[in-house]
Write a protein of this length. Structure first.
Length: 211
């Protein structure tokens, strides 16, 4: 006699730690079998340059650019693994493909070599990343769930930068320039965060198949 399980479990969640870096995300995970799930996240990256959070992050990590804003999207394939049978003791492994379209418009940047000289710059950036994440169920419940993850990845950034104008005595609009350059950059990524949300129950079919 065999009992059949229909998983079809939905998990709708937020990524609250990302809010501190100006990113607002909503995720949807669909578990279509006992060991596999698909995951989609959409969000928006806000400009937080000049805030206390941006300054604190820059002081700790000695890097960070926070004047970009734009949409964010991620799609993932998740493999559920029982804790204890893998070296990292994880509850799931996640392979993620992410995309961001970020930009800023007509910002002034100071020339580090010539005090008082400023450039007015606009920039568009397409960023694609491939990442792996290891996840841990911190508060597993039938309806509410919180899990944490850590991971790493590689991001490819294509930037189109336009110097609109430049000037002296901090007046960047004195001399029109309209000079556009393109650049390709590869950046390593480190991921850490938590997912908090609600899910429906795994639904077992009580019908038994008798051989």
């Amino acid at each position: 006699m065999t009992e059949v399980f229909v998983f079809k479990q939905l998990f709708v969640y937020l990524l609250p730690l990302n809010i501190f870096l100006g990113e607002y995300d909503l995720g949807l995970q669909y578990r279509f079998s006992e060991t596999w799930a698909g995951d989609i996240t959409i969000g928006y990256q806000d400009d937080i340059e000049g805030t206390y959070t941006a300054e604190a992050y820059r002081d700790i990590f000695s890097q960070g650019t926070f004047y970009y804003s734009g949409p964010v999207a991620r799609a993932s394939l998740i493999r559920m693994v029982p804790r204890g049978i893998n070296p990292l003791k994880t509850d799931y492994n996640q392979l993620e493909l992410g995309y961001r379209y970020l930009s800023y418009d007509s910002l002034d940047f100071m020339d580090e070599e010539e005090p008082g000289k400023v450039f007015n710059i606009s920039e568009n950036m397409h960023a694609v990343n491939l990442s792996w994440k290891a996840g841990y169920n911190l508060v597993p419940r039938q309806v509410f769930e919180m899990n944490g993850f850590v991971g790493f990845g590689l991001q490819m950034r294509f930037k189109e930068t336009t110097v609109n104008s430049y000037g002296y005595d901090f007046n960047s609009h004195q001399f029109p320039k309209e000079e556009t350059t393109n650049a390709l950059q590869f950046v390593p990524l480190f991921h850490a965060g938590i997912k908090i949300g609600l899910k429906n129950k795994i639904t077992p079919q009580s019908d038994a198949v008798e051989n």
